[in-house]
Write a protein that binds this ligand. Structure first.
Ligand SMILES: C[S@@+](CC[C@H](N)C(=O)[O-])C[C@H]1O[C@@H](n2cnc3c(N)ncnc32)[C@H](O)[C@@H]1O
Length: 276
């Protein structure tokens, strides 16, 4: 098996992935300027893959293969399997992009890349995924504030919602676009913060942190009509959310919890909130 380590300006990386047409890459490092990534190929297809990579680089006018090495196949497969295991949060199952969900009972969410927050492993993401099927209906207008990989947006879109997604990080917006495309759902992803959310939506999804809710609670409150699903709240931060909801004329209609891994007493909280 061949491993090609490549380098490309970060602003061309998303286009490169689209041109590569679904072939898996492993991101090794990424910053504002450059993305370094590895592409693996079976020996018999390696020449074609190499030619494809070089021809995309030529079209883009940038990019290079910095290292080409022979690697053991077993290691490669083990590495991918180690990194990505399906995660079940009913009715969703989160799977890596190269897997095909053959069942009928669950809704698959494929993650092609997950460098941004939102692999599905974190309790706060799982709390949101548990609340979404209960409160998001077909044709609801939804905004996912702090979309990360786009995992929550994809879940809502798969239920038939019309979804916008925003994140302050450029990298997250890129990943949200790629992952939405991989799941064949339409999500309008854009870079920005709460101030950049201009519309009012049926449902707001926000898995953020307490300091961001401290700053933006009353602004986010004005962005939803039906329900606001909120998480990212750990242990006694819960009391702050309860207080802010009350002060802002909101009613908490459901609270769910999930423990931090290996610490059954340290709880993460998820809330469903509506206007009084
Ligand atoms: C905890 S992660 C949630 C990711 C994903 N939605 C999930 O549930 O797994 C929070 C995300 O919010 C983004 N974020 C932080 N502050 C923000 C702000 N003021 N406006 C928009 N996004 C923000 C971060 O970049 C990060 O991707």
């Amino acid at each position: 098996m061949k491993k090609y380590i490549c380098e490309l300006p970060s602003d061309l990386f998303e286009i490169f992935l689209v041109e590569l047409n679904g072939y898996g890459v492993e991101i090794l490092s990424r910053d504002e300027r450059n993305t370094v990534f590895a592409i693996y190929s079976q020996n018999e297809e390696s020449q074609t893959i190499k030619e494809t990579i070089l021809s995309i680089f030529e079209d883009l006018g940038s990019g290079k293969i910095v290292l080409e090495e022979d690697i053991q196949e077993e290691n490669w497969e083990e590495k991918w399997k180690e990194n990505f295991k399906p995660i079940l949060v009913e009715p969703f199952i989160i799977i890596p992009e190269w897997e095909i969900y053959e069942g009928k009972d669950l809704i698959p969410i494929k993650l092609k890349i997950a460098m941004a927050f939102g692999t599905g492993l974190h309790p706060s993401t799982q709390l949101m995924l548990s609340l979404i099927p209960k409160y998001v209906s077909k044709n609801d207008k939804v905004i996912d504030i702090g979309c990360g990989t786009g995992i929550l947006s994809i879940a809502a879109a798969k239920l038939g919602a019309i979804v916008d997604a925003v994140d302050i990080e450029k990298k997250a917006v890129e990943e949200c676009k790629i992952n939405s495309w991989e799941n064949q759902v339409k999500v309008n992803c854009f870079q920005g913060s709460v101030e950049d959310v201009k519309d009012v939506y049926d449902v707001v999804l926000s898995n953020l942190q307490i300091d961001i809710f401290d700053k933006y609670f009353s602004q986010i409150k004005d962005k939803f009509k039906k329900v606001w699903l909120l998480s990212g709240i750990f242990k006694d931060e819960k009391d702050k959310i309860v207080k802010m909801a009350d002060e802002n004329g909101l009613e908490i209609i459901e609270i769910i919890t999930k423990p931090e891994q290996g610490k059954p007493d340290d709880l993460w909280y998820g809330f469903a909130i509506k206007h009084k």
